[in-house]
Design a protein. Structure first.
Lengths: 206, 206
DNA sequence: TGTATCCCATACGGTGTTGTATCGTGAGGG
DNA sequence: CCCTCACGATACAACACCGTATGGGATACA
């Protein structure tokens, strides 16, 4: 007799998550009813309420998934730094490289952020998830400085906030005027200068 | 026997518009049902459907009202240019000066823009309203260059697009990090340089 | 003041969505 | 092979909201 979760359960949640991703992309967060998401997953609402508490729960699960993907991608980029000629540019370009997935995620997360602004409880939860993601980014930044043979002179958490702001700000503008501004342009132009500014060589020159 | 609209009608629409403004501010566009808006206005849905076709109609009415207020404010600023010492800075500061109203409008219009992205018909209507507003801004810019004794060397419509983008982009960032960035800072810093770049004196120096 | 017209309130039918309570099925340990 | 629990399906009750059709009170003009 089953004591823990069965093998079927993770498959069910995976199907719900994928259906949610697609539905959110097409209709947005508000526009996606739980019912339609379940329908798309080939399940019923019973399955949903067995796996998630609310639609917001579903979003946060997607949030974590997406964050993990981004972190993995950047981690790999940092790990491959040695072989590149212009290492920083490589990382940044990879950071700005936007597939359709990233664009849709921006739209969704923006909508959800606006929602959170009007709902303090949700905002607190969102801030907590943001914080956890930023921890990963701090880890990444530390690794990056290490690879570059430099030691940061500022708080890495604030630096993580800044890079995130630049990334999302650029994204917003390039979505508004795709022909005028490439998504990675601002980051590639300004962030390298910044790196020099906020760090010093580990072993100062002779 | 009344042949045209009666005196009561404009009062009713005004009450609806004000109630909508407040409700949208508190709950956002999606979160505001027509019913709640009418309730707040002390009216019933009958009044609404007699004055507007859809909730989107209501938004666009607010859009026009807000646009008109902004244009009026800037027009006044341009008209008072002569007496100021640093004319351009005056206009820009006034443009960036954000009261709470402006902040709420940003949240609302952002949410509505996301909505429009997913609904092409709405997007077309929004683009049309944007266009009309931009016409006013072009008029303003023309007046500004005139006052400055300069002649623009670029298309004023594209310049209007740019200033709008800078304005909204700054707003977004200053909302995300209020302590890090004043709303008018970017505009005040960069736009004056730009003005020189895209215009020439009407009467070149001897 | 009468009265034609306007305009908002009311009432109605309908749809979509939510959360829960209950049931049946099948997975998986004994 | 069988028994038991997990888990998703189903059924249910309630709610919120929408759009319309209609009636009556308010309004403006003679």
């Amino acid at each position: 007799m089953p004591k823990g979760p069965t093998k079927r359960r993770p498959q069910t949640t995976a199907r719900l998550l994928e259906a949610a991703q697609e539905t959110f992309a097409e209709r947005g967060f508000y526009g996606s009813s739980i019912e339609v998401i379940c329908e798309r997953a080939g399940l019923t609402r019973g399955a949903f309420y067995s796996n998630f508490r609310t639609k917001e729960d579903l979003f946060f699960a997607l949030f974590d998934l997406h964050g993990q993907r981004v972190v993995d991608r950047l981690t790999q980029a940092v790990d491959e730094l040695d072989t590149a000629e212009d290492p920083l540019r490589t990382v940044l370009t990879r950071m700005g490289a936007l597939d359709e997935t990233e664009r849709r995620w921006y739209l969704l997360s923006t909508e959800f952020t606006l929602h959170a602004i009007r709902h303090p409880d949700t905002a607190r939860t969102l801030a907590e998830h943001d914080r956890r993601l930023r921890e990963e980014i701090v880890r990444l930044l530390a690794g990056l400085f290490d690879r570059l043979g430099r030691r940061p002179t500022v708080d890495l958490d604030s630096l993580a906030r800044l890079t995130t702001a630049v990334h999302e700000g650029s994204l917003a503008q390039s979505l508004v005027e795709p022909d005028q501004l490439a998504p990675e342009e601002l980051a590639v132009t300004y962030l390298p200068m910044l790196v020099d500014l906020v760090s010093e060589p580990v072993a100062p020159g002779p």
